[in-house]
Design a protein around this ligand. Structure first.
Ligand SMILES: N[C@@H](CCC(=O)N[C@@H](CS)C(=O)NCC(=O)O)C(=O)O
Length: 227
């Protein structure tokens, strides 16, 4: 059976979408083989069969699911004998809460790397990205990113405070071993790591050490991606 993940693609075939990373880690966790189909921002025709315009889209032997959260639920319910993405009685609810929390941090995270992301795109995608993102975020890409030296301190101290506190007495967000809650947050930090040399994490932060463990986890699952 073929299993294809439609995955955002930048210049030099760089795969950095935070949401696609959530799905890749979820597929790896379940031990499911897959291939990827690269999709540029300007290649939305490749997604027409899914009835919408965003990645990730999973074509699982003809079953088509889009949106990273929907895909995680689909995988959990369809491959229930494989390791759980949402372990424990309230696991799904807690992961959904993490999903909403992380999506809430995306706007700020994006402003730290927005011009770097642009520079990682092919020319035709740059022409799509600049006007759409400048309208959405209310400034030029250069201006938005230039503010990062002032705002990173607040993000590290306050934006990540709940996550840091949670990691003080556990190795992973989901407990002793990583699961989908970890993959949600990792997807976003991986996005920043793969697009920008600016590290959004301080090296002495427990969140930094957790990210190191998650990079090792991705390596173990055959999903290595050099920064
Ligand atoms: N809530 C969606 C968000 C998906 C999303 O925003 N994907 C971006 C790539 S990271 C996309 O396809 N953007 C296309 C566009 O902006 O036109 C999910 O969790 O999958």
């Amino acid at each position: 059976m073929s299993r294809i993940l439609f995955d955002l693609c930048g210049a030099d075939d760089r795969r950095f979408s935070p949401y696609c990373w959530r799905t890749k880690m979820a597929l790896g966790h379940k031990g499911l083989d897959f291939t990827t189909e690269p999709v540029r921002f300007t290649e939305k025709y490749k997604l027409e069969f899914s009835g919408q315009e965003k990645v990730p889209v999973l074509d699982d032997g003809g079953t088509v699911v889009h949106d990273s959260w929907n895909i995680a639920e689909y995988l959990e319910d369809t491959y229930s004998d494989a390791p759980a993405l949402f372990p424990g009685p309230e696991g799904r609810l807690l992961a959904k809460q993490t999903n909403e929390w992380m999506d809430g941090l995306h706007r700020q995270l994006m402003t730290f790397i927005i011009f770097d992301v642009y520079q990682r795109l092919d020319v035709q995608d740059q022409a799509f990205f600049r006007p759409t993102r400048e309208e959405r975020y209310g400034g030029t890409l250069e201006e938005l990113q230039a503010g990062r030296d002032q705002s990173i301190g607040d993000f590290r101290a306050n934006g990540l405070a709940a996550l840091r506190a949670h990691l003080l007495d556990r190795e992973y967000i989901c407990g002793k071993t990583p699961a989908y809650g970890d993959y949600i947050v990792f997807g976003s930090l991986q996005w920043a790591r793969l697009t920008s040399e600016f590290d959004v994490l301080a090296p002495d932060d427990p969140v930094f050490s957790w990210r190191e463990r998650m990079i090792a986890r991705a390596d173990e699952m055959g999903l290595s991606a050099p920064a």
